[in-house]
Design a protein around this ligand. Sequence first.
Ligand code: OAD
Ligand code: ZN
Length: 315
Amino acid sequence: RAKLTRYNTVNDAVHLLQRSSNVIVLTGAGISTSLGIPDFRSKGTGLYSKLEHLGLNDPQEVFDIHTFKDDPTIFYSVAKDIIPSTDRYTPTHKFIAMLHERGKLLTNYSQNIDNLEIVAGVPNDRLIQCHGSFGGATCVECGYKTAGEDIFPDIRAGVIPKCPRCIQRLRPAAPKRKRSSEGPNGRRRRRKNGHDDDDDDDDDDPAYDIPQAGVMKPDITFFGEDLPDEFSKRLTEHDREKVDLVVVIGTSLKVTPVSEIVGWLPSHIPQLYISRQAVTHINFDIDLLGDCDVVVEELCRRLGWELKHEMVTPG
Ligand code: OAD
Ligand code: ZN
């Protein structure tokens, strides 16, 4: 996408915000860092640079669905530190809510799982949580669903949350003849060595053969999983025709398909980028570089919008 030269100053950004009535705001972890919530890729402070002790080839494996299914302990060793734990929001969250209050917000596509957009006042029907949230949890084996907070106590206690339905199913109604002296572990060991010719009925039960059966996973979108259906539905069927301004805030745009939104929208729609550093793989019409809270405060000042930023305290 060729860089346009029509707009380039802060005042151009202000005019665009003034005249627009269907703004797509695309956000990432950078809009929450001023609350002490780490982003992912900032060197030194980002979550991924703090995961070296896990010895992964790539720290993103923590959020890889195949890794999770092999060994959920890797994700759960990190999860307790990323459970949403604050109801405070930033001036940037408030800015997005203000766009809504002024009838200018088309959709906020957020990659964040902290839910703070909602706390700040962005309504549910204008928010797409592209990477899901901790609001629900699902059994990777049978699809059983619970409220996300039901598994928080286990996560905080360092226990892998298990599916109540699978646990029920895995508990045999009566002990089986051959296995009673040995238990399922003995059986698994034999099988690994290739000597297992035991083919009694519950060999058909996949849960018996998968050591991690019945693990609950928060409904955050892992690498290798599909984004929520409403993501592409809203983008293609609702927003593409309407959007008149794109504002990207606090994301490195390294993760597809969210990073592709910008290039996929009609190229005449102006695009602003607000973040600490410019990205090199996408050309924006205007880069407003710096701390995003400072940038939005300055935009609001020039717009004459009073950015009433009251922190909401928990409880
Ligand atoms: P990143 O950590 O990749 O990018 C955050 C960006 O925000 C960086 O470019 C920072 O420089 C910038 N930033 C941080 N604090 C800021 C501040 N106060 N003001 C302005 N800019 C600031 O995070 P995301 O782009 O959100 O997905 O990452 C996208 C996805 O990758 C996440 O949703 C997560 C991750 O893997 C999954 O886990 C599926
Ligand atoms: Zn289950």
